[in-house]
Design a protein around this ligand. Structure first.
Ligand code: MRU
Length: 346
C-alpha cells in the first residue's frame, strides 16, 4: 500500500497529504492540508484514522502550527502552540498515540532555547522521523508476529489495523504481511466492523491491493467460524494498552471471548507508542461518536425508526485474561511479561 500520510514540501507550500479513507474502497482520493485546524478536523471526521496514523497526523499538524506561529514572540508562540495541541488532542480521546505524538513535539518546542523563527525545521524533521519510525516499528512487529503463524493459517482480524491505520505496513496486518514475505500461505478473515465498516471497506481494500487473500464476514459471524474450526488465530490492533486491558475497536471484546471459548490464540499487535501501562481501565475515556453512525448505514440509509435512540461507543475493553500475547516491535509477550518489560516506559 501507498503511505496513508506524508509530509509534502513542493517549494511553494508545506503540506500534509493523506488518503481520504472515507472514500475507500471505491475511490482512492487524497486530501492536502496546510493548516493544523484542517488536520484536526480530518482526524475527527476520520478521513484519517487508526491510532498510529492519527499520532503522525497530529505531529504533522503541530509542524504546520509552528510555520503559522513562528514569527510570534516566544511567550505568545508557546501559548498558541498549546492551543494547537489542545485542539488536536480534543479530536479523539481513546488512542494513546495521539497524546504521545503531541507531547513528543511539545517537548521539542519547550526545550528549544532559541527564537521561535528557527523552530519549524526541527519540528518538521521530527514529524518526518516519527512517520519513518512508524514504518520501521511495524516491520519489526511483522517479523516478531510472523513467528506465531504457520503455513496455511487463517487469521481473523477486527477493524483495520493495517497500512491505512498506520503510515504504512500496519500493526495487526504486519505479521500476516511478513509471514507471506517469508513464503507462508496465509489468508485473512476480516470482520466488517460496524458501524464505520473499517474491516469491509479498508482491510479488504488494502489486502486485495496487495494480493493477500481476504474474505469479509458480518461481525456476528466470527464466533460461529471459530466454532467450525475455520479460524486458526486472531490478531487485532489496539488504541491503548493499560496495565489491565487492551482498548480496541468496538466488538473486539466479543471476538476475544469467542476465541477463548474456542481455544484460539488471541494476539494484540501494539507498537510501544500505544502502551499506557501506568494507567488502568478507569483512566481511559471511551470515545462516543454521533449516534447517527449506528442509525444509518454510512450516513446514507436510515435503518432505525424515527425517534429511536442509538448508542455509539467506538471502542471496547478486552481484559488481559483474554489476551494470549502482545506483539510489539521488541518481541511477543504475555500480558504479565509485557508489564515487566515496559514497567519504566511513559
Ligand atoms: O476508529 P478507528 O478506525 O480509528 O479505530 C481503529 C482501530 O480500532 C484500530 O484497531 C487501532 O487504532 C489500531 S491501528 C494500528
Amino acid at each position: 500500500m501507498i503511505p496513508s500520510i506524508e509530509w509534502v514540501d513542493d517549494n511553494i507550500k508545506m503540506k500534509v497529504k493523506i488518503i481520504d479513507q472515507t472514500k475507500l474502497p471505491h475511490k482512492l482520493e487524497f486530501l492536502e492540508f496546510n493548516d493544523f485546524r484542517s488536520v484536526a478536523k480530518s482526524i475527527k471526521v476520520m478521513n484519517i484514522r487508526g491510532a498510529p496514523a492519527i499520532g503522525v497526523a497530529a505531529a504533522m499538524g503541530m509542524a504546520l502550527a509552528t510555520i503559522e506561529y513562528k514569527e510570534l514572540v516566544k511567550d505568545k508562540f508557546l501559548i498558541k502552540m498549546e492551543e494547537a495541541a489542545d485542539l488536536l488532542r480534543s479530536t479523539r480521546p481513546t488512542a494513546s498515540n495521539l497524546f504521545w505524538a503531541i507531547n513528543r513535539i511539545l517537548k521539542i518546542i519547550k526545550d528549544f532555547p532559541d527564537n521561535p523563527s528557527n523552530i519549524s525545521d526541527l519540528v518538521i524533521e521530527e514529524a518526518k522521523i516519527m512517520a519513518q519510525e512508524d514504518i520501521n516499528v511495524n516491520k519489526n512487529i511483522g517479523k516478531n508476529g510472523a513467528s506465531l503463524l504457520k503455513d496455511g493459517d487463517v487469521v481473523l482480524t477486527h477493524c483495520n489495523a493495517g497500512s491505512l491505520a498506520t503510515v504504512q505496513y500496519g500493526t495487526a496486518l504486519a505479521p500476516i504481511r511478513a509471514a507471506i514475505e517469508e513464503g507462508k500461505n496465509i489468508s485473512v478473515i476480516a470482520d466488517e466492523t460496524r458501524p464505520r465498516l473499517q474491516g469491509a471497506r479498508l482491510t479488504a481494500y488494502e489486502l486485495q491491493y496487495d494480493n493477500i487473500p481476504v474474505k469479509v464476514i458480518s461481525d456476528t459471524s466470527s464466533g460461529l467460524l471459530m466454532m467450525l474450526g475455520k479460524v486458526d488465530k486472531v490478531i487485532v490492533g489496539t488504541d491503548r494498552v493499560t496495565s489491565d486491558a487492551v482498548f480496541n475497536k468496538i466488538g473486539t471484546y466479543l471476538v476475544a471471548l469467542a476465541a477463548m471459548d474456542n481455544k484460539i490464540p488471541f494476539y494484540v499487535a501494539a507498537p510501544t507508542s500505544t502502551l499506557s501501562l501506568k494507567e488502568t481501565i478507569k483512566d481511559v475515556i471511551i470515545e462516543q461518536r454521533d449516534s447517527s453512525e449506528v442509525g444509518n448505514i454510512l450516513g446514507k440509509v436510515k435503518i432505525v425508526p424515527n425517534g429511536v435512540e442509538c448508542l455509539n461507543y467506538a471502542f471496547d475493553i478486552t481484559p488481559f485474561r483474554l489476551v494470549s500475547g502482545v506483539i510489539t516491535e521488541d518481541g511477543v509477550f504475555t500480558p504479565k511479561e509485557l508489564l515487566k518489560k515496559y514497567k519504566d516506559l511513559h
